[in-house]
Design a protein around this ligand. Structure first.
Ligand code: DAK
Length: 199
């Protein structure tokens, strides 16, 4: 696989979205690969915790791939949204505990991917947002459904209607982030949750 890496060590599976040149934006190929990796991990009874993160030090996932999306017609856009919705729904329903280790931008589809995870551990440089409205579209990967279940409805509406980005501290304050760590320690701290969780 090109765009999604998967390492399994003991009880832990680490899934890395790996398109750093595009800030790990989710194109259709990446979504398909993510779906395949998730399908494989969910069958592994010995894996108890899954950590999803982004490659590099700047971005978790900067959204759906805008360059790919701008060439899609309505039906193709709908198909892309359905693929992402299916993959994110599988993540949400995995038998394992799924942690998003948010190491930078989590925008649009990236915020929606993090929202589909059970727990969000974030680095100090993390930035969350649903900027779709600034592109003239609405969140297509179920952000309108999951975000209001994680934070107060009014706050979710504010983020979706304004497209504003919030930083890690604000994400923690509104309950979107469970914990904030230094970027350098994020993965190490995320791995410690394997012992912390009663799985
Ligand atoms: N897609 C594609 N490429 C992206 C990208 C993205 N979302 N984000 C960044 N990149 C690329 C940039 O184009 C640039 O590539 P090159 O020009 O070097 O080739 C590279 O990553 C580095 O980005 P920047 O040079 O812009 O880096 P900066 O540090 O200056 O800025 C940034 C970082 C995250 C603030 C900026 O890149 C940015 O604003 N990116 C876009 C963020 C965004 O708007 N994300 C939300 C995407 S919309 C639906 C289906 C799907 C969706 C909605 C509806 N339906 C069917 C209804 C999904 C929507 C979204 O997720």
């Amino acid at each position: 696989m090109e765009n999604v890496l998967c390492k399994i060590e003991g009880y832990l599976a680490e899934v890395i979205i790996n398109r750093p040149k595009a800030l790990n934006a989710l194109n259709s190929q990446t979504l398909k690969e993510l779906g395949m990796v998730i399908d494989e991990i969910k069958e592994k009874d010995d894996v108890k915790v899954v950590i999803i993160t982004g490659s590099g030090e700047k971005s978790f996932v900067a959204g759906a791939d805008i360059k790919e999306m701008q060439n899609l017609n309505a039906m193709e856009g709908r198909k892309l949204a359905r693929i992402a919705q299916r993959v994110f729904s599988e993540i949400e329903h995995m038998p394992q505990v799924v942690i998003a280790a948010v190491n930078g931008y989590a925008l649009g589809g990236g915020c929606e991917l993090a929202s589909a995870c059970d727990i969000r551990l974030v680095s100090k440089n993390a930035k969350f947002g649903q900027p779709e409205v600034t592109l003239g579209i609405t969140p297509g990967f179920a952000g309108t459904q999951r975000l209001p279940r994680l934070v107060a409805r009014g706050i979710a509406k504010e983020l979706i209607f304004t497209g504003n980005m919030i930083d890690a501290e604000e994400a923690y304050r509104i309950g979107l982030a469970n914990k904030v760590y230094d970027l350098d320690n994020l993965m190490e701290e995320a791995k410690k949750w394997l012992k912390r969780l009663r799985v």
